[in-house]
Design a protein around this ligand. Structure first.
Ligand code: NAP
Ligand code: MG
Length: 403
């Protein structure tokens, strides 16, 4: 007996070790239990190259149509990959392409397991990072100044009228200068995505910036975010959650002391840096999930880690591997639960939470891959191989669903 899923999910296949795990998850943990229409797009490196990367755009468009996607990790090609896969060109990051088509914000959330204690002992609940993924230093212009002179910001209105000029610095000697920007539209979508995510997960929102020093730039972020919060303050109150704006230094200090359980909305650079801090503070990349949320409520789920290339090359040599599949499994359960929620099919949501429970219980019973074994408390004697772990989860899931 399989559970019927009303509407489709967009499935995006990927590369290397995660592609192998992906197939096993689908064959052993999804297909036997769910009657589901998967709209399949192969984002494997070879097929992206064969289609001149149109497959990535098609997949993103499909997510717009069907509302929910689940994605395997993919190679972002560099020069070495161009040679390795004999690529026509150094294609862009699929995640970047999908993110710009959906205009989304990325939220990263760790999976909490009792016997995998976070390095930061105070952390008991997930700290979710929402990173604004547009502008600031990631779209900057910079200049090395080689001698005395004047650096200015000049704004020329397209509609005509007077130029605005602001002095940056009167250089007496060599130095360096940088210009950054952001747009009101992008900051608003970021705020909106954070609010929607926090409402759906029922967690407080913390937003930190350095508005005491950058009164206009950071102050602009603070004000736009606050306006979006104000628009939905009834919903926020009804959900029993709170919005807090803090100085970024204060936010960092408070996060370290907190027990977690909040969404930490970050400006672009803060999110880049702090998501790595939070990921290593929680223990393993193999336990970090990621979801892209668009302002109009489309969702794309994935693991935060990459294609685990080193393990793949061991696998190709015929050596056994112990690659953690937990974050990839949770990408599937995240997508399935959201599908069930939007379709109003509690049995589908229930399947997703059962699978998550089985995975967590399996690790808590001491069956885990090597990356987790190294940090488990209490210690475990041996680790499971890649397929062994998935097989145990499959057996236990079957037992639980037929019980
Ligand atoms: P990675 O795939 O995240 O792996 C880096 C290292 O972290 C691995 O060698 C492994 O350490 C450990 N690790 C990560 N995930 C693991 C898991 N599930 N189980 C066990 N160990 C895990 O990063 P990378 O090797 O730098 O990148 C490989 C490719 O992934 C690149 O082509 C990159 O473009 C791509 N990438 C894609 C995404 C995405 O699609 N979202 C994200 C990041 C990177 P040990 O070697 O010590 O065992
Ligand atoms: Mg980073």
């Amino acid at each position: 007996m399989t559970i019927k899923v009303k509407n489709p999910i967009v499935e995006m296949d990927g590369d290397e070790m995660t592609r192998i795990i992906w197939q096993s998850i689908k064959d052993k943990l999804i297909r036997p239990f769910l009657d589901i229409d998967l709209k399949y797009f192969d984002l494997g490196m070879k097929h992206r190259d064969d289609t001149n990367d149109t497959v990535t755009i098609d997949a993103a468009e499909a997510i717009k149509t069907f509302g929910i996607g689940v994605k395997c990790a993919t190679i972002t090609p560099n020069a070495a990959r161009v040679t390795e896969y004999d690529l026509k060109q150094q294609w862009k990051s699929p995640n970047g392409t999908i993110r710009s088509i959906l205009d989304g914000t990325v939220f990263r959330k760790p999976i909490i397991i009792k016997n995998i204690p976070p390095g930061v002992v105070a952390w008991k609940k997930p700290i979710i990072i929402g990173r604004h993924a547009y502008g600031d230093i990631y779209k900057n212009s910079e200049l090395v100044i080689d001698g005395p002179g004047t650096a200015e910001i000049i704004f020329t209105p397209a509609a005509g009228g007077e130029k605005k000029t602001v002095l940056i610095h009167n250089f007496k000697g060599p130095g360096v200068v940088m210009g950054t920007h952001n747009t009101e539209k992008s900051i608003r979508s970021f705020a909106l995505a954070c609010i929607n995510y926090a409402l759906s997960e029922k967690v407080d929102i913390w937003f930190g910036a350095k508005d005491t020093i950058s009164k206009q730039y950071h102050g602009f972020f603070r004000d736009v975010f606050a306006e979006e919060v104000e628009k939905v303050k009834d919903k926020i109150q009804a959900a029993g959650i709170q919005y807090r704006f803090m100085l970024i230094d204060d936010a960092v200090a408070q996060v370290m002391k907190s027990s977690g359980g909040m969404l930490w909305a970050c400006m672009n650079y803060d999110g880049d840096v702090m998501s790595d801090m939070v990921a290593s503070g929680f223990g393993s990349l193999g336990l970090m999930t990621s979801v892209l949320v668009s302002p109009d409520g489309k969702f794309e789920f994935e693991a935060a880690h990459g294609t685990v290339m080193r393990h793949y090359y061991e696998h190709l040599k015929g050596n056994p591997t112990s690659t953690n599949s937990v974050a990839s499994i949770f990408a599937w359960t995240g997508a399935i639960a959201k599908r069930g929620e939007l379709d109003n099919t509690p049995e589908v949501v229930n399947f997703a939470s059962t699978l998550e429970e089985v995975v967590i219980n399996t690790v808590e019973d001491g069956i885990m891959t090597k990356d987790l074994m190294l940090i488990a408390e209490p210690k475990v004697e041996k680790y499971a191989l890649t397929e062994e772990f998935i097989d145990v989860v499959a057996e236990r899931l079957k037992a639980k669903l037929t019980a």
